[in-house]
Design a protein around this ligand. Structure first.
Ligand SMILES: Nc1ncnc2c1ncn2[C@@H]1O[C@H](COP(=O)(O)OP(=O)(O)OP(=O)(O)O)[C@@H](O)[C@H]1O
Ligand SMILES: [Mg+2]
Length: 238
């Protein structure tokens, strides 16, 4: 795959996405382009389809109709194995909590994704430590998740999502388990580090304050995008 800037395609492009769970239509026809370096907040009421959209864009779920393209290449038609490889190579993930392996240190948690892609352990750990230091966690590298605060654990998760140099980082309610001040700090680190790494970002959140950190916001209702607004240039720079 060529570098993002060398292709005429949007980084990520969804067309006509429909996703059903038995009688529930979770996505009812979603079209969405994600540009290079864009940070997109996906907002909307409970059960509106936000997580289903994130998982479908990320190739975790396969849509019943429609397509998802990464740099023009269809993700949804790949087999399970190739989708899993594509996720590992090109996507990073941050969840609400509980995503770090409790028996591994912070550095070992961050080293895991590159090791799964074949990077030797020593090299992966060195790279992991650099990322942790860059995200303000110097001195915490050898702690286990149980020895970190919620905000620190989320910063480790951000390092883990970025360490492989992904095209897109997906975060589902990344601040959902945090108090507002800690949540704002995690959003600052997430948006700044993702932008600096040249990745695009998709953040699902029910919280307006959290959404305000992103350069673009969409609102999902009953499986459809009902609003799509871009922040004025500079408006998100805090
Ligand atoms: N695995 C599943 N099986 C059946 N129905 C599901 C499944 N996952 C989601 N749904 C349904 O699909 C719809 C969309 O769910 P989804 O989790 O995408 O919404 P959401 O906006 O992320 O909600 P929340 O704000 O509660 O996280 C809801 O009606 C939900 O009940
Ligand atoms: Mg959800």
């Amino acid at each position: 795959m060529t570098s993002p800037s060398a292709t005429p395609f949007p980084r990520l492009q969804a067309c006509g996405l429909v996703k059903r769970y038995a009688a529930t239509t979770a996505l009812a026809g979603v079209d969405l382009d994600l540009a290079d370096g864009e940070s997109l907040a996906v907002t909307g009421p409970r059960g509106s389809g936000k997580s289903t959209l994130l998982h479908t864009l990320a190739g975790v779920l396969v849509p019943d109709e429609g397509s998802v393209r990464l740099h023009g290449r269809d993700v949804a038609t790949l087999g399970e194995r190739d989708r899993s490889l594509l996720r590992r190579r090109h996507f990073g993930f941050v969840f609400q909590f509980g995503q770090l392996l409790s028996e591994l240190t912070a550095a070992e948690n961050v080293a895991l994704p590159p090791m799964l892609l074949g990077t030797p352990r020593g090299q992966a750990l060195t790279h992991a430590r650099q990322w942790l230091a860059a995200l303000g966690l110097e001195g915490m590298e050898d702690r286990r998740p149980g020895e970190l605060t919620g905000g620190q654990a989320q910063r480790v998760a951000v390092a883990r999502a970025l360490v492989t140099g992904p095209a897109v980082v997906f975060a589902d309610e990344p601040t959902g388990a945090l108090d507002p001040a800690t949540g704002a700090e995690v959003m600052r680190v997430l948006t700044e580090a993702t932008r600096a790494a040249g990745a695009s970002l998709v953040v699902v959140t029910g919280d307006r304050e959290v959404a305000a950190w992103c350069s673009r916001r969409i609102e999902v209702r009953d499986g459809r995008v009902v609003a799509d607004e871009r922040a004025a240039v500079g408006a998100t720079a805090r």
